[in-house]
Design a protein around this ligand. Structure first.
Ligand SMILES: [Zn+2]
Ligand SMILES: [Zn+2]
Length: 371
């Protein structure tokens, strides 16, 4: 099978023929139908987040189960699944507490080592080990993943939209519903209207927020934000938007979601807050970046700064829930997919994202073969 191999920040991506070993106990083999290109892939390509290489890229994807390993229950060949990049080990304390996004084995073994839970990789190239990316590696025709990272969803959800449930939709909607637990009538500002920010806008609609202020310098993104339910759209960078948000909300927003994760967007998000407001850090910066804020202002106004990882979602419960909302027309995902490309064009898709040309490109491994 073929996959997109990343060998280091200065090296071009390569679509290579790879060997994929069959699933071991607790694992499943999935034929990838769609893989979303996400900002985290850009961070990886730029070397912002060190990873063991060579690896097969991609952490957002959906497809069809082809084979299940021993000790797997609840999944069968033919099932449509959304892949999760935080597959619960099911044994560590956070997993037992129902917080798989904090899984200790993911953080200490699977993600940094580029392996699956038994400490080895199923991927190789002419006998040389190739590593997994966060237990997913979806920029490929097939993937072997932990069964806890393959969540069955109804077959009537198109797989290109289902793929987005695996990262940007859960991250954005979840930040609002499950990290911040925004209450009805609250005022919300969203900094950055890429696929995650737009999903946060949708989350705020689901939470019945009174006012949803979308902030992005690009008009094309704001237009989509309005279509998805933003009540106000500010064509500005975060620093320019601080005063406008404070004015529109008469003193500051109850919740601000920073979906960018730069030093200045973090600081500006905190400055946009009302007394008692909560800044939710959703977008992830490069390793080593820091942000500044006034502890006096945060302290005396009882503002809160909260981190959100994977929207605090529990994939086994929340992926099927988000799929259900999609089928009912209460969550729109198709609109986020602005481009489809074959695997051969992974590099170009990342360039597009870097330059803000597309909201979400979906790679379709089967596309070239069908053509
Ligand atoms: Zn992602
Ligand atoms: Zn765990």
């Amino acid at each position: 099978m073929r996959g997109v191999v990343f060998s280091g920040p200065e090296r071009p991506l390569e679509l290579a023929e790879l060997e994929l070993a069959p699933p071991r106990p607790g694992e499943v083999l999935v034929r990838i139908a769609a893989a979303g290109v996400c900002r985290s892939d850009l961070h990886s390509r730029q070397g912002d987040w060190p990873r063991r290489t060579p690896l097969v890229m991609g952490h957002e994807g959906a497809g069809t189960v082809i084979e299940v390993g021993a000790e797997v229950s609840g999944l069968a060949p033919g099932d449509h699944v959304v892949l999760s990049w935080q597959p619960a080990c099911g044994r560590c304390r956070p997993c037992l507490l129902g917080l798989p996004q904090r899984c200790q084995l993911m953080a200490s073994l699977v993600a940094p080592q580029g392996v699956l839970y038994d400490g080895t990789s199923r991927l190789s190239r002419r006998g040389e080990t190739v590593y997994h990316y966060s237990g997913v590696s979806s920029f490929a025709e097939e993937a072997v993943v932990p069964a806890t990272g393959a969540i069955a969803v109804p077959a009537d959800v198109p797989l290109s939209s289902a793929a987005l449930i695996g990262c940007c939709v859960s991250t954005g909607v979840g930040a609002v519903l499950w990290t911040a637990r925004v209450e009805e009538g609250a005022t919300v500002a969203v900094v950055g209207c890429g696929a995650v920010g737009l999903s946060a806008v949708e989350g705020a609609v689901l939470a019945s927020a009174a006012r949803i202020i979308a902030i992005d310098p690009l008009e094309q993104k704001l237009q989509l934000a309005r279509e998805l339910g933003a009540t106000d759209a500010l064509a500005a960078r975060s620093t320019e938007a601080v005063g406008q948000v404070r004015e529109l909300t008469r003193g500051g927003a109850d919740y601000v979601f920073d979906c960018i994760g730069l030093s200045e967007t973090v600081s500006d998000s905190i400055r946009m807050l009302a007394v008692g407001g909560t800044a939710v850090l959703v977008g992830l910066p490069a390793v080593g970046q820091e942000a500044h804020f006034s502890p006096l202002e945060v302290g005396e106004s009882e503002r809160r700064i909260v981190g959100s990882y994977y929207g605090s979602c529990r994939p086994a419960v929340h992926f099927p829930y988000l799929a259900e909302l999609y089928l009912q027309g209460r969550l729109r995902i198709d609109q986020l997919v602005t481009r489809r490309r074959p695997l051969e064009e992974a590099e170009a898709a990342l360039d597009d994202l870097e330059r803000g040309r597309e909201i979400k490109t979906v790679l379709e491994p089967g596309a070239a073969r069908r053509a």
